[in-house]
Every structure is written in structure tokens, then in C-alpha cells.
Design a protein around this ligand. Structure first.
Ligand code: GDP
Ligand code: CA
Length: 324
């Protein structure tokens, strides 16, 4: 079976690590998993290209992630960042660890040599053993794109990088809208559209529906590929009982004038969604009115890897039960 998934950072990575474990437990393998990662969070810091969501996927699936945080490396130290701070180099609100710096230096060197982000990501993924797990990690596009947040300052509109809004300001400054710079001229990276069209199942993990999945859906051709694929498209709600579990997905939905609810998120995917897995807490109101999707419910808080594997199994069973 070939499964293709769209993914942001922590929510996507934890779900997909669970899916990988679930696939290992099934006896109908081998299975192939293609992950299309969000690159709208990418940012250049200290002359280095940083891809937060791709790195979270690499570290989580590769066994090197800081479990408590859900992102960054385990056993991290901060000597390089401290040296940069001593020089007054900015920004200091985005902390990068020493091990993590290694990833950004390698990526930036290879990009400077003329390799595409797809090629660079494949090299990084090889180090983390993803191909050996049957996992292919693709950036959504090789064209640099960056999500910006339009805020109001001193009566004027101003755009700041998504990371500055999210990390430095903790999404607490009211946002007027998101603008993904470069997205309109971005082309899907090699293999992305084909992986959506030729998949047996397409899964949307519980990633941020606006700035992770929403940005991937904005890559020209992706939405059409999802509408046109013969594979069932099944998503897992990132909202449980009206709350985003972790992070500020509610602040992102508010920018679109949407309530933080499982049904509102399903509404964002209405034109291609076949199945929607929600928490037991949302069993009475899983979908927006008029939705043609089929819903199912179970506890979908990813407490540990085993439970994430159960949730992934639930999403896959829902998909396999839907023919289209
Ligand atoms: P990010 O790029 O690191 O913000 O990660 P993602 O975009 O992949 O996912 C972030 C979202 O995942 C959060 O805003 C939550 O809504 C959702 N999420 C995180 N943990 C869980 C969980 O255990 N269960 C569910 N259902 N959703 C979760
Ligand atoms: Ca992210």
C-alpha cells in the first residue's frame, strides 16, 4: 500500500511516527509512505536556511527528537547560540541548539552548491534512516516560500515572519491575515502531485489547518490533485473539544473568522475530504452541515507512540472502508 500524507511539524510528525509503527504491526506489508512537508515556516537565520517542519519530521521519525518539546534535538547544548548572543548577533528569540545547527549548516551548504531543497532533504533523510523505513520525505516545493503575518502597528499594517509572530510573540498579537510570500509562483516539488494522485490512501495528520496543511494546499496543483485522486482522503482533527491541544491553532483559525472546532477544520477541507476522525468529545458535531464526508470517533490525543499508532490505525481503517 502506498500512503501519502501532508504534514506540518509536531502534530504531523507524532502522528506519522505512530503510523509507521502501525504499519509495522500490520501483516499486509510492505508499505510505502510519502510525506509532503510544509515549508512555509522556513526562515533564514544567521545566514543559514532553517526548515522547522521538515526538521521536526526528520528528528521524530529518525529517533533524534526532544520528546518533551516535540521539536529540536534530544541532548542539546547551546554553545553556538550563546556565542552569537555574546556578539550581539540577532535574532535571539529563535533558539537553535548545537546539534540542530549541524543540520542547518549542511542544508545551507548543499543549497549554496546548487542542489534543490528536495535533493538536500533526501540527503538529510538518509542520515536519519527514513528510506530504510519505507518513508520518503518531500518538501511541498523547492521554491523558497515564507508565511508572513499581517499585523497592525502604530495604525499601520505591517508584515512579520510567521516565526516571529509564533515564537517571539506566541501568536498573541492580533493578526489580520496570513500572506505566504512566493506561494503563487511556487511549483510542487518533484513527486508531490504524483504521490497524491497515485496513492492508495491520502492522510491529513492533525497538523495546523491554516499555517501547515493550509499552506501546502496553496501550492499550485495540490488542491486539484486531492480533488482528483481516486484514493480516499482521510483527516484527523487537530482540535479536541474546542481546543487545539497544543500550540496556537485557535489563533490561526480566528484569523479566518473560524471557531476552533473539529467541524470548522473539516470545512476547510470540504472539497476533497472523504473521511474525518475526531475525538469522542466531538462525536456529536464532527462535520459542518452538508458535508459529504464520513466521520468516526475515538480518543485522538497522542499521549505516546503506541497511542499515536492506534489513532493512525483508526484513520487508516476509516480510509480503507471508504471506496471511491
Ligand atoms: P507545528 O508545525 O509544530 O505547529 O505542528 P503541526 O502543524 O503538525 O501540528 C500542530 C497542531 O497539531 C496543534 O495546533 C494541535 O492542534 C495539533 N495536535 C498536537 N498534538 C495533538 C494530539 O495529540 N492530538 C490531536 N488530535 N492533535 C494534536
Ligand atoms: Ca510548523
Amino acid at each position: 500500500m502506498h500512503i501519502t500524507a501532508l504534514a506540518g511539524g509536531v502534530g504531523g510528525a507524532r502522528f506519522l511516527r505512530g503510523l509507521r509503527r502501525h504499519l509495522d504491526q500490520r501483516d499486509d506489508g510492505p508499505h510505502e509512505l510519502t510525506i509532503v512537508g510544509n515549508t512555509g515556516d522556513d526562515i533564514s537565520l544567521f545566514g543559514l536556511r532553517v526548515c522547522p517542519d521538515l526538521d521536526t519530521l526528520l528528528y521524530t521519525l529518525g529517533g533524534g527528537v526532544h520528546e518533551g518539546q516535540g521539536w529540536g534535538r534530544a541532548d542539546e547544548s547551546f554553545a553556538v547560540q550563546d556565542e552569537l548572543q555574546a556578539y550581539g548577533a540577532t535574532p535571539q528569540w529563535f533558539r537553535l541548539g548545537d546539534r540542530d545547527f549541524g543540520t542547518h549548516v549542511a542544508r545551507s551548504q548543499w543549497l549554496a552548491q546548487g542542489q534543490t531543497l528536495s535533493q538536500v532533504t533526501a540527503r538529510l533523510a538518509a542520515r536519519w534512516g527514513l528510506p530504510d523505513q519505507g518513508v520518503r520525505l518531500l518538501p511541498m516545493t523547492d521554491v523558497p516560500v515564507e508565511t508572513h503575518v499581517v499585523i497592525e502597528r502604530d495604525g499601520q499594517e505591517q508584515a512579520i515572519h510567521f516565526q516571529e509572530w509564533w515564537v517571539r510573540h506566541q501568536a498573541a498579537i492580533p493578526a489580520r491575515r496570513f500572506v505566504v510570500a512566493g506561494l503563487d509562483r511556487a511549483a510542487a516539488a518533484p513527486g508531490v502531485l504524483d504521490a497524491l494522485r497515485s496513492a492508495d490512501v491520502v492522510l491529513l495528520p492533525p497538523s495546523n489547518p491554516v499555517v501547515s496543511i493550509g499552506v501546502i494546499l496553496g501550492v499550485p496543483g495540490v488542491r486539484d490533485a486531492l480533488r482528483g485522486t481516486t484514493a480516499p482522503v482521510v483527516g484527523v482533527s487537530p482540535i479536541i473539544g474546542g481546543a487545539p491541544v497544543r500550540g496556537h491553532a485557535d489563533a490561526c483559525l480566528a484569523v479566518l473568522d473560524l471557531e476552533p472546532s473539529a467541524a470548522a477544520v473539516a470545512g476547510l477541507y470540504a472539497d476533497f475530504l472523504d473521511g474525518w476522525l475526531v475525538d469522542d468529545a466531538d462525536a456529536d458535531d464532527p462535520l459542518p452541515r452538508g458535508s459529504r464526508a464520513t466521520s468516526a470517533h475515538m480518543p485522538i490525543l497522542m499521549r505516546d507512540i503506541d497511542h499515536a499508532a492506534k489513532i493512525a490505525g483508526g484513520a487508516l481503517d476509516l480510509a480503507l472502508g471508504l471506496a471511491r
